[in-house]
Design a protein around this ligand. Structure first.
Ligand SMILES: *[C@@H]1O[C@H](CO)[C@@H](O)[C@H](O)[C@H]1NC(C)=O
Ligand SMILES: *[C@@H]1O[C@H](CO)[C@@H](O)[C@H](O)[C@H]1NC(C)=O
Ligand SMILES: *[C@@H]1O[C@H](CO)[C@@H](O)[C@H](O)[C@H]1NC(C)=O
Ligand SMILES: *[C@@H]1O[C@H](CO)[C@@H](O)[C@H](O)[C@H]1NC(C)=O
Ligand SMILES: *[C@@H]1O[C@H](CO)[C@@H](O)[C@H](O)[C@H]1NC(C)=O
Ligand SMILES: *[C@@H]1O[C@H](CO)[C@@H](O)[C@H](O)[C@H]1NC(C)=O
Length: 501
């Protein structure tokens, strides 16, 4: 949407604001502006061809509904549009929220995904629009509806906790109030507490907090003891009938990851109430430094965190796990512990190499550095890079960019802004297609080895937000250098206002 008129006078180029209300209220750096352009391109494609479905299929200009058809990309784009000051998009999204019928869906509902994307997106929108960005909403009733619909959504989901232990089912069938009867996971149980506690604090209905705290208790005091092979590091599967873990396999990987992330983030949200969770974060962090930190034999300058099964470590990791550096840095700032910051910066550097060593400049979905298992056709690559690729896709994941963001906020070192810019340029160059951006098949082939025709909703919530914020001006939601944060980002990068005390 053209909101500026460009006047060319001789050699001078002046941009003057038109009489229309402007989306941009302050000067932006060229890099920040380029990220906003990518956001607008993605949004225009989605809004034209997919809205109010969940995702855009940018190659074919189609849509998909992997998140129950409630408009996942809209919910996930809201807090990014707000932070970018994109007023038109903000109001397109918030005028849609009241129309969503949470009770109506033909597919299985994930308690975890619904919480981090929809509930987190609406609560962040509500916090920003009742706080520092109140002037971006055209209609107050749309702002009120964000909280009303968050309540409706939580009330639709809350039967998930009606199990013998209170540990919820994750996979729900709303039509029958059913569940899939399987075990639940460490991340899917342990990544509800920030959103549901915020909802409790905003509404005064303590039930939302009680439900998630009851479940969290089983993660803080895991049983049997064998499920905690290193102090603070846990298995990933829990029987919701017994409350017992059924394995001892894990790490800072998908399926476990954001449980550890939220331990320290809950302490930021409310330090007096969640001090015990901070202590568990420290226990997990110390074990990770002691037992999981790993330097590839061919590149001892790099640091990754291994996975484990029982007390056996496996030299394998994932793009998803690359949030770990940022989480150590954040905790180090909040706890005043430089050791955690330094360790986090080392992890960020390792993940940086997973990007810079590939043909596209984008990192793979999964990788490993076990010298005994290097595929024949990657021995040269392993020698040079220090890791080899075990799944070459890139599905528009944010964690490496997220790490750069925290590293920059902690150090003020512009090298991290350069790393973020290089990654953004690489992602833009290879995944930009048709009406938006798409997952690709192979980060180690120039051009990406083919498009999967899918634009994940977290592209809006996370990649574009962190890519923007690292170049953006100071704002109260930016992570604070001194560890005194006014906001804390949920695992989907939706900013939650910390509890007023
Ligand atoms: C589910 O959400 C809808 C709004 O989308 C609301 O009308 C309904 O009351 C909610 N159901 C429950 C059980 O709270
Ligand atoms: C508080 O939330 C619970 C859980 O969804 C709900 O059952 C209950 O009706 C709510 N209480 C009030 C007073 O709204
Ligand atoms: C969970 O434990 C109960 C009680 O021991 C058992 O009947 C059930 O099969 C277990 N569930 C799974 C998914 O293993
Ligand atoms: C881990 O321990 C469990 C239970 O003792 C066992 O079944 C499993 O084989 C062990 N795994 C490894 C890799 O040692
Ligand atoms: C390496 O070999 C595997 C298995 O044969 C194959 O799938 C993969 O495409 C090859 N990778 C490269 C970079 O040639
Ligand atoms: C992103 O890609 C588009 C389309 O190829 C291009 O016009 C734009 O300049 C690129 N942006 C950056 C920052 O590289």
């Amino acid at each position: 949407m053209a909101r500026f008129t460009t006047l060319v006078l001789g050699t001078a180029v002046l941009s003057v604001s038109s009489a229309l209300p402007t989306d941009t209220t302050h000067h932006r750096s060229a890099r920040a502006q380029a990220v906003v352009e990518a956001f607008k391109t993605s949004w225009e494609g989605y809004y034209t061809y997919a809205f109010p479905n969940d995702e855009l299929k940018p190659v074919t200009n189609g849509f998909s509904n992997s998140r129950n058809g409630w408009g996942a990309s809209a919910a996930d784009a809201l807090s990014t549009a707000l932070i970018m000051g994109e007023r038109t998009i903000v109001n397109q999204i918030i005028s849609h929220i009241p129309n969503i019928n949470w009770a109506s869906t033909s597919t299985e509902v994930s308690l975890f995904e619904t919480t981090i994307r929809y509930l987190g997106g609406m609560l962040a929108g509500y916090d920003l629009l009742t706080g520092p960005l109140a002037d971006l909403a055209d209609y107050q009733e749309d702002v009120d509806a964000l909280l009303a619909q968050a309540i409706n959504l939580a009330n639709n989901l809350s039967y998930a906790f009606e199990t013998p232990t209170g540990i919820p089912w994750n996979n729900l069938d709303f039509a029958t109030r059913g569940n899939d009867g399987s075990e639940n996971g460490l991340a899917t149980v342990g990544t509800l507490i920030l959103e549901w506690v915020r909802l409790a604090d905003l509404t005064g209905n303590a039930t939302y907090a009680n439900l998630v705290e009851q479940a969290e208790g089983y993660l803080l005091h895991p049983s049997p003891p064998s499920s905690e092979p290193f102090p603070g590091l846990l298995g990933m599967n829990i029987n919701v009938t017994t409350g017992l873990f059924t394995d001892a396999r894990g790490g800072w990987i998908g399926g476990a990851d954001s449980f550890y992330e939220y331990l320290i983030k809950m302490y930021i949200y409310n330090p007096s109430r969640y001090s015990p969770l901070k202590d568990r974060w420290i226990t997990a962090a110390e074990s990770s430094i002691q037992y999981l930190a790993s330097n590839p034999v061919t590149r001892p300058d790099l640091t990754f965190l291994s996975m484990f099964e029982n007390t056996t470590v496996e030299e394998k990791s994932q793009h998803l796990a690359c949030f770990d550096g940022g989480n150590f840095i954040l905790a180090g700032q909040v706890l005043g512990e430089q050791r955690y910051i330094n360790f986090g910066l080392a992890l960020v550097k390792g993940c940086h190499d997973t990007y810079t060593q590939t043909a596209t400049g984008i990192g793979p979905e999964t990788f490993a550095w076990d010298p005994a298992n290097v595929p024949d056709n990657q021995t040269m690559f392993f020698q040079r890079a220090g890791f080899y690729i075990t799944n070459p896709q890139y599905i528009l994941r944010p964690e490496v960019m997220e790490g750069y963001y925290y590293a920059y906020r902690a150090t003020g070192n512009s090298m991290y802004q350069d790393w973020a810019w290089d990654a953004f340029v690489a992602i833009n160059a290879t995944t930009r297609v048709g009406s938006g951006y798409s997952s690709i098949n192979d980060v180690n082939v120039v051009g990406g080895g083919g498009f999967q025709d899918f634009q994940e909703s977290f592209w809006f919530a996370e990649v574009l937000k962190y890519s923007y914020m690292i170049h953006a001006d100071e704002a109260e939601w930016q992570v604070a250098r001194d560890g005194n944060n006014a906001w804390v980002f949920n695992t989907e990068a939706h900013p939650v206002k910390v509890l007023d005390t």
